[in-house]
Design a protein around this ligand. Structure first.
Ligand code: SAM
Length: 400
């Protein structure tokens, strides 16, 4: 790949996310044990914490690789990007924070094999949908996965971004460029966007619209695609990858949220998981991105969780840091509404009675399914499907 690629040129002029000198107090210290255990077991329920030693952040932009290196000082992190502006910003930020476990290379994803390394975790968010051929990029990333490795991939979602498509078309028709003056005019024009415009929700909710470079990234990108859930499954299949889960899965599941109360719930429950994802995406209508976790299709390492398995009794649920028990404005019989603050959809709430609330509160990351009483496995599975817990299925092998 060369600099004539419009995407490389675009990210030289508009590095993303907008460069910062300091990541703030939260990034200055390594993540606490619970946060690290949650991030790890979300992807690897069966592998002990600390077993992931190499991480590739592909298309790392200005700060993502530094964040990973800070969060996990025990891992060796490599960041690659085609934009020298992004690499330089990452380098300065790493030096500022005294990061010692990060290597950065100006390198296209398509040439990642030249690193001659395999990675336990490959992270590629917000990049593949800009590539000339996403299949080539994803295939290259799949080929550098170590045995038992996993990839976290984020691509734009089709339906929730329709407002962006509309404004991109508007910009194309008007011949808008990305100079500071033109961006300022665009911002002023967007401020007057009619209430109810499909872009309105995205403008309010996402960091993509926080400043000029971010706005340019969202609205003036020279090349991007968007994906339905079916497109994501196809993308993985073509790259020789196996779908493991959505990073936040409740928004895709028919037994979570209001869709589970509709007259169609039973019909949707009867179709394949892949078809369920497609139906729930169509029903929700507003998903703007898909973050998926996948493993090599021929990797026979254990990734899945079967809550009916014999060893499930020894699994330990860990409550995610963004989980919350709300005890107000509840329907009769409920003692709390359990929700994950990171969800955008407000219907993704699990109502629980008093005994289940107490069991939820007793989950300290060490108590096992067996300690949670008779319906422990079923309850933990419900919490897991609602993104309220992850499961440490190692049988107590995490270093504590
Ligand atoms: C929207 S930014 C995302 C940055 C980062 N992943 C994040 O989530 O903060 C896309 C990044 O991908 C990089 N990129 C685009 N095409 C690439 C390629 N073929 N190889 C490597 N990086 C690429 C761009 O330079 C840019 O820094």
């Amino acid at each position: 790949m060369s600099d004539v690629d419009p995407i490389a040129g675009f990210y030289e002029r508009h590095p993303y996310p907008p460069a910062v000198d300091d990541l703030g107090p939260a990034a200055r210290v390594a993540a606490d044990d619970r946060t690290r255990r949650v991030a790890h077991h979300l992807i690897w329920p069966h592998r002990p914490l600390g077993s992931v030693q190499s991480v590739l952040v592909a298309g790392c932009g200005t700060s993502q690789a530094v964040r990973h290196a800070l969060r996990d000082p025990g891992a060796r992190v490599i960041g690659i990007d085609v934009s020298s502006a992004a690499i330089e910003s990452s380098r300065a930020l790493a030096a500022h924070h005294g990061v010692a476990n990060l290597e950065l290379h100006r390198l296209p994803i398509e040439d990642v094999a030249t690193l001659d390394e395999a990675f336990d975790h490959v992270v590629c968010t917000g990049v593949l949908h800009h590539l000339a051929d996403p299949d080539v990029g994803l295939g290259a990333l799949r080929n550098v996965l170590a045995p038992g490795g996993a990839i976290t991939l984020m691509v734009y979602a089709r339906y929730g971004r329709i407002g962006v498509d509309m404004l991109q078309e508007y910009g194309r028709r008007l011949g808008l460029g990305t100079s500071p003056a033109e961006m300022a005019d665009l911002v002023a024009t967007l401020r007057e966007l009619p209430v109810g415009h499909p872009l309105g929700r995205l403008l309010r909710e996402t960091r993509d619209f926080a400043d000029d470079d971010a706005l340019a990234d969202a609205l003036c990108n020279p090349r991007e695609r968007s994906y339905t859930t079916d497109d994501v499954h196809d993308l993985l299949d073509r790259a020789g990858l196996r779908f493991l889960r959505w990073e936040r899965q409740a928004p895709y599941l028919p037994d979570c949220g209001s869709i589970s109360e509709t007259p169609h719930a039973a019909r949707i429950a009867a179709v394949s998981p892949r078809e369920q994802h497609a139906l729930v995406e169509l029903w929700r209508g507003t998903m703007a991105r898909h973050t998926v976790i996948a493993a090599a299709a021929d990797d026979d390492g254990r990734h899945d969780l079967d809550f009916a398995a014999l060893d499930a009794a020894g699994w330990a649920p860990i409550v995610v840091p963004t989980a919350l028990a709300v005890e107000e404005r509840l329907p009769p019989g409920a003692a709390a509404a359990l929700l994950n603050r990171a969800h955008v959809d407000t219907d993704l709430v699990l109502f629980v009675d008093r005994p289940h609330l107490e069991r939820f509160r007793s989950m300290d990351g060490a108590r096992t399914v067996a300690d949670l009483g008779e319906d422990g496995a079923r309850f933990v599975e419900r919490l897991w499907r609602h993104d309220l817990v992850v499961v440490d299925a190692t049988g107590g092998k995490d270093p504590m």
